[in-house]
Design a protein around this ligand. Structure first.
Ligand SMILES: Nc1nc2c(ncn2[C@@H]2O[C@H](COP(=O)(O)OP(=O)(O)O)[C@@H](O)[C@H]2O)c(=O)[nH]1
Ligand SMILES: [Mg+2]
Length: 245
């Protein structure tokens, strides 16, 4: 399909939501630019008490490739990405990544996403296919994550092996087509719902193996309620409570 940017190099945006990631953000930007210097990065910060937003502003002032969206308070991962997606569409980016700020989504994997994005509309970073995996996880966490993926995959009838992960690359078309305002999920459910909606809309989806190490700096923001949201939201998607586009 012809896009406004057909023939030219794709404009790449990496969206990274932050809440208290002061120890990670500057290092992450450096690591990304070392691998994909032509990319732009959008930090969506929720008024982090540790001053991540202020640091992001300083990084943005020093580099035209760095952009920042500030929100008033901790409003959740899902709406942070939706705000980022809308910003990406408004600014005509062609390829839009989701990436955590804590190095669990390793920048070294970016090139393999970019290769597949030439042919696919959505590329999913997958821990649970050959070549992928987790590092430093105990057996219980592995069991919950693998079990959660099997649960969502089975109930929604999807052929993909990592539905809860959030290292993804979208072609702008996907984000323009999906009704972003209809998405209400926040955490793991948000990732499941995006892939489900893209699949239902008929987009071509590829999987690429990623190795996912645990964060070494800062703390996880995921919680029991975020996990439970995914458990029931899968059924609400399956039963069509949420519109399919
Ligand atoms: N803007 C924003 N970012 C968030 C929020 N919750 C989590 N994040 C960010 O989302 C990414 C993934 O969160 P993380 O706590 O590492 O999740 P985990 O890897 O599943 O433990 C990190 O970059 C967090 O800083 C939120 O409410 N708002
Ligand atoms: Mg993390």
């Amino acid at each position: 399909m012809l896009t406004p940017n057909a023939g030219a190099l794709p404009k790449i945006l990496i969206i990274t939501p932050t809440y208290n990631e002061r120890e990670n953000i500057a290092r992450l930007l450096g690591a990304i630019f070392e691998i994909v210097p032509e990319a732009h990065i959008l930090i969506v910060d929720d008024n982090s008490p540790d001053g991540t937003g202020q640091l992001a502003d300083e990084l943005s002032a020093a580099d035209v490739r760095v952009h920042v969206l500030h929100r008033a308070g901790k409003l959740g991962l899902g709406t942070a990405y939706i705000a980022g997606f809308k910003w990406a569409i408004m600014h005509d980016y062609d390829l839009i990544f989701e990436m955590d700020a804590d190095f669990s989504h390793r920048p070294e994997h970016l090139p393999q996403f970019l290769t597949l994005a030439a042919e696919y509309d959505l590329v999913l970073g997958c821990r649970y296919i050959p070549g992928g995996g987790t590092r430093d996880w105990g057996p219980f966490r592995q069991f919950i994550s693998k079990g959660g993926n099997l649960y969502a995959r089975t109930i929604l009838g999807l052929p993909y092996h990592d539905l809860t992960g959030g290292y993804k690359c979208f072609r702008a078309d996907v984000l323009r087509t999906i009704d972003l305002d209809a998405i209400q999920s926040e955490g793991y459910a948000f990732q499941i719902e995006l892939t489900y909606r893209a699949h239902r809309a008929g987009f071509r989806i590829a999987e690429t193996p990623i190795v996912f190490p645990d964060r070494t700096a800062g703390k996880s923001k995921m919680s029991g309620p975020i996990f439970m949201e995914a458990v029931w939201r899968v059924w609400s998607l399956r039963l069509g409570v949420t519109p399919n586009r």
